[in-house]
Design a protein around this ligand. Structure first.
Ligand code: SF4
Length: 78
């Protein structure tokens, strides 16, 4: 009988996140929750992100931040 093989696929970050600054109101909720992902513009106070994929271990927190943004300014794409 053939044994089922284990899935040894390594999860690689493929989620991207960006802030629509035409909608962001600079509450900084996202920045305070995840400063390593959501950066705050010193001049405008608006949040922004880099173009780097979200680290896999932070994906759930990034999705939560998107859900918690009062302006729905956080966009996720994969
Ligand atoms: S929580 Fe939303 S509106 Fe507030 S700073 Fe972050 S992206 Fe902007």
């Amino acid at each position: 009988m053939k044994e089922e093989s284990m899935d040894t696929t390594t999860k690689v970050g493929r989620l991207y996140v960006e802030v629509d600054q035409s909608v962001c109101q600079g509450h900084a909720l996202c920045h305070r929750a995840l400063p390593e992902v959501f950066l705050s513009d010193d001049e405008t106070g608006l949040s922004y992100t880099t173009n780097e994929p979200v680290p896999p271990e932070l994906e759930d927190e990034v999705k939560a931040a998107a859900s918690n943004c009062p302006e729905r300014a956080i966009r996720l794409r994969s």
